[in-house]
Design a protein around this ligand. Sequence first.
Ligand code: SAM
Length: 228
Amino acid sequence: MNVADDKTIVREYFNSTGFDRWRRIYGDGEVNKVQLDIRNGHQQTVDTVIGWLKDDGNLSELSICDAGCGVGSLSIPLAANGAKIYASDISEKMVTEAKDRALATLENAENTTFAVQDLESLSGSYHTVICLDVLIHYPQEKADEMISHLCSLAQSRIIISFAPKTCALSILKKIGSFFPGPSKATRAYLHRETDVVKILENNGFAIKRQAMTKTRFYYSRLLEATRK
Ligand code: SAM
């Protein structure tokens, strides 16, 4: 499968069955046990990022690009804390849902912009660029290009998450229990941390903070890197 195929499949998936599935997972309605586990794991990743940014104490001064924003799980709380948010996603349905949730939740949605755009075509310059749980949809070579492009948009900092390529996870993926259910419609790519760090370093960034979220069905390695 070539890279163009991956992207087309991912876009179509998140505009159809993937949209319904992930909107439910990233919501608060009833879901099955596996989906609940993934919901809780993902929320931990989101909470870690919010915690880091709040700890720095300057959230309201920041411009933040949330690339592959999904339904706005991160963008909306960051906007509620005063950050200027540029959120975008390749899936029109995800972006529409994110906008609706922002309007329903935020007292003032003026500091948020939502756009349907793949992250490879994003332009502009932001204090912080964040990309959570998107790289899992792309092979390493493509992920390298995506990370490099995101680095070029970041004035000071980039925060990314990915499913780490560890022995245990590779075995889980092989026996098919990783991301079980209909999400098997897309491939899940694992990435070696050393590869991701090398790309960040080659783009002039150094790792500052890191975290790992691990539940039964959700694995996400989170890296924050700042300009050297
Ligand atoms: N970052 C969000 C979060 O953590 O809540 C959403 C994560 S969801 C698993 C992956 C998202 O990445 C989907 O909304 C999908 O449409 C989006 N996506 C996939 N490939 C993309 C690309 N090339 N550019 C922008 N968004 C993309």
